[in-house]
Design a protein around this ligand. Structure first.
Ligand code: KG4
Ligand code: ZN
Length: 333
C-alpha cells in the first residue's frame, strides 16, 4: 500500500493530488485569476497566491480522496523548472509535512511529470515512445526510454509553443493566458485565410520567435489599410496562426518519428489541450500508422496528479531526497 501526496506550485496553479497504489484518487487545482489583468504571470503575485492557496488545496485533496493526512506514506513535490518563488512555497510545505510526519520526500521534475501523466489512465504507452511536450515555458521532443530515463532530442531555441499562442493573443488584445482563447476563435475561422512563414531550423529543433515578429508586421500593415482589421478577421487570424504553430510542431515530430523509427507517439503539456493540435495529430497518426496518446484535458495543463504519479514511480524505486533539497528554477533531466 502506497499513498502519495503530490504537490505542484511551479507557475500559477496551486495543485494537490492523492495517488493510492498508482491510482489517482483526487486532484485539486486552484487557479490564480489575478494575472489576467497583467497580460502574464507576475512572479511576486504568484508566490503570494500559492501561500494563500496551498493549505486549503492540500486539505481538499486529502478529504476528496477519503483518507486522513496521517495515512500519507510519502510526499512528492515539483522541484523545478519554474518560478523560484512559486516553487519555494510547494517545496517548503512538502519538506515541513515530510518532517512532521517522518515520511520520505520525493523530488519531481515538472517536465518529466507532464510526460508521466500518460500513466494515469489507460491505455498507457509502452517504452520507448516519443513525446512532444508543449507548455508555456518549454517545447521539447523527448525520447522516453523508461519512467525516468528520458532524452530531449529536439527543443525550441527561443520561445515555447505556449508562448507563441500567448504572445499572439496579447498582440490581438486578448487576456492572459491567450492559448485557450485562440483555440476557441480558431474553431470558427479559416486556417488558410492568411499565411505565416515556417522557420527553417535544421534538425529536430524549433523556433517560434520569428512567427511573433511576422504576425506583428502583418497586423501593422493590415491595420494601416483597415483600422478594424483585427476585429473583422479575428477568427481567421487565430485559425491561421494556430494552423502554422501546429504544422511547425507536427513537422518536426514526424521527422523525429522517422529518425528514431518509433510509432508510439504522445503529446503532453498545456498546449496539448489545443483542439486543433489534438485533431491534426490524430490525422497524422492515422496516415503514419502511429499509435497516439493524448492526455485527458485535466492532465494537459499544470496539475498535481502528474506529480503524484511521478512520485509513485519514484516511491517504488525508493528514490527519496533529504531535507537539504532546494528548488531549481532551471532543471534538466
Ligand atoms: O503546462 P502548462 O499548464 O504550464 C507550463 O508548464 O507552462 O502550459 C500553459 C500553456 C500556456 O501558454 C497556455 O496558453 C497554453 O498552455 N494552453 C493552450 C491551450 N490550453 C493551454 N494553448 C493553446 N490551446 C489551448 N487550448
Ligand atoms: Zn507545465
Amino acid at each position: 500500500m502506497a499513498i502519495i501526496l503530490g504537490i505542484e506550485s511551479s507557475c500559477d496553479e496551486t495543485s494537490a493530488a492523492i495517488c493510492i497504489n498508482g491510482e489517482i484518487r483526487s486532484n485539486v487545482i486552484a487557479n490564480q485569476l489575478v494575472h489576467q489583468h497583467y497580460g502574464g504571470v507576475v512572479p511576486e503575485l504568484a508566490s503570494r497566491a500559492h501561500q494563500q492557496n496551498i493549505i486549503p488545496t492540500i486539505q481538499e485533496a486529502i478529504s476528496n480522496a477519503k483518507i486522513s493526512k496521517n495515512e500519507v506514506d510519502a510526499v512528492a513535490f515539483t522541484r523545478g523548472p519554474g518560478l523560484l518563488g512559486s516553487l519555494l512555497v510547494g517545496t517548503s510545505f512538502a519538506k515541513a509535512f515530510a518532517l512532521a510526519k517522518n515520511i520520505p520526500l520525493i523530488e519531481v521534475n515538472h517536465m518529466q511529470a507532464h510526460i508521466l501523466a500518460h500513466f494515469i489512465d489507460d491505455p498507457k504507452p509502452a517504452f520507448p515512445f516519443l513525446c512532444l511536450t508543449v507548455s508555456g515555458g518549454h517545447t521539447q521532443i523527448v525520447l522516453v526510454k523508461d519512467y525516468f530515463d528520458m532524452e530531449i532530442v529536439g527543443e525550441t531555441l527561443d520561445d515555447a509553443a505556449g508562448e507563441a499562442f500567448d504572445k499572439t493573443a496579447k498582440i490581438l488584445g486578448l487576456p492572459y493566458p491567450g492559448g485557450p482563447l485562440i483555440d476557441k476563435y480558431a474553431q470558427e475561422g479559416n486556417p488558410l485565410a492568411f499565411t505565416f512563414p515556417e522557420p527553417q531550423i535544421p534538425g529536430l529543433n524549433y523556433s517560434f520567435s520569428g512567427l511573433k515578429t511576422s504576425i506583428l508586421y502583418f497586423l501593422k500593415e493590415q491595420t494601416k489599410q483597415n483600422p478594424h482589421f483585427v476585429e473583422h478577421h479575428l477568427t481567421d487570424i487565430c485559425a491561421s496562426v494556430q494552423h502554422r504553430i501546429i504544422t511547425i510542431l507536427l513537422g518536426k515530430l514526424k521527422r523525429a518519428a522517422q529518425e528514431y523509427a518509433i510509432k508510439d507517439i504522445a503529446i503532453a503539456g498545456g498546449v496539448s489541450a489545443n483542439s486543433g493540435l489534438r485533431k491534426a495529430l490524430q490525422e497524422l497518426a492515422d496516415s503514419q500508422d502511429w499509435k497516439v496518446y493524448i492526455p485527458k484535458f485535466e492532465y494537459c495543463t499544470d496539475n498535481a496528479a502528474m506529480i503524484a504519479m511521478a512520485g509513485y514511480h519514484k516511491f517504488l524505486k525508493q528514490d527519496f531526497v533529504g531535507q537539504d533539497i532546494a528548488p531549481l528554477a532551471r532543471m534538466s533531466f
